[in-house]
Design a binder for this molecule. Structure first.
Ligand SMILES: Nc1ncnc2c1ncn2[C@@H]1O[C@H](COP(=O)(O)OP(=O)(O)OP(=O)(O)O)[C@@H](O)[C@H]1O
Ligand SMILES: [Mg+2]
Length: 268
């Protein structure tokens, strides 16, 4: 294959994805139906793609399939043209709940994955400090997670993911447990980090304001089973400051997404 053809491959391609859970007694729950989307590889551009949908619609299920934690019932998930089999270092996942090891320091937590990969201690230290700096936690490198606030713990989780340099970062409502002020700060931090790191972020939320603030592209999902109702390109705002969320431009996009979410839905 020529170099040009290679770069034309989407970074992530999800095609006709269907997922039905089958319970212990054989009961079926259809969570995702015929979801297809491509995310192009844009070298040097940190792209944020947001999935916005009502609670219980199947958002986490889509992310788990992309992570390789859940096999598709039908359809395919390809990264750089290759089917996703199982969890891999090309994908990193940040969950809603804090997932650090309580007995390890912040730095040891961030180094943990590299240690498992056999990266030598000196390089581990350098790489961990690099990402801790990016998320503003360098001064807390030797603390234990219990000494950190909720927002800081979530920054440890983000650092643990970024240190592996994943091509695709999967974030499942990572700021859901944070108070509005901290959440706002973390959204800004995420955008700053995504500009530095050359990765694609798939971000799941049911918060319309968060979707408008973060997304380059937003997919609006139906209630369960999740289907894509709309794809909305979000304009890049000149300034992302404290006034943005109350601006007319921002509010108009919020309203558009809300109208899409609350419009009569196609029959399941
Ligand atoms: N392991 C499982 N076994 C059976 N059903 C499941 C399982 N996990 C999820 N489901 C069902 O699949 C549907 C979608 O769940 P999912 O967790 O993907 O929703 P979600 O959009 O992430 O919801 P929320 O916004 O509340 O996090 C729900 O009806 C849920 O009950
Ligand atoms: Mg979920």
């Amino acid at each position: 294959m020529s170099a040009a053809a290679e770069t034309a491959l989407p970074r992530l391609s999800v095609q006709s994805l269907c997922i039905t859970y089958i319970g212990k007694n054989g009961e079926k729950t259809e969570a995702v139906r015929d979801v297809s989307f491509d995310i192009a590889d844009k070298p040097g551009v940190g792209e944020v793609v947001v999935f916005l949908g009502p609670s219980g619609c199947g958002k986490s299920t889509i992310l788990k399939a992309v992570a390789g934690l859940l096999p598709p019932t039908k359809g395919s998930v390809l990264i750089d043209g290759k089917p996703v089999g199982e969890p891999g270092r090309d994908r990193g996942m940040v969950f809603q709940t804090y997932t650090s090891f309580g007995w390890l320091t912040v730095q040891e937590n961030v180094e943990y994955g590299l240690k498992l990969q056999g990266v030598d201690p000196k390089e581990r230290g350098v790489r961990a400090r690099e990402v801790l700096k990016e998320v503003g936690l360098l001064d807390f490198a030797s603390r234990l997670p219990k000494d950190l606030s909720g927002g800081m713990k979530q920054r440890v989780a983000i650092a643990r993911t970024l240190v592996n340099k994943p091509r695709v970062v999967l974030m499942d409502e990572p700021f859901g447990a944070l108070d509005p002020m901290t959440r706002w700060g973390m959204q800004g931090l995420l955008l700053d980090v995504s500009r530095v790191e050359d990765n694609t972020i798939l971000f799941v939320t049911h918060d319309v304001s968060e979707a408008v603030y973060l997304a380059d592209t937003c997919y609006v999902l139906s209630s369960r089973p999740a289907r894509i109702l709309h794809r909305v390109d979000i304009p890049s705002f000149a300034e992302r400051d404290i006034h943005l969320k109350s601006s007319n431009e921002f509010r108009a996009i919020e309203k558009k997404l809300l109208d899409m979410l609350y419009a009569p839905q196609p029959a399941a």
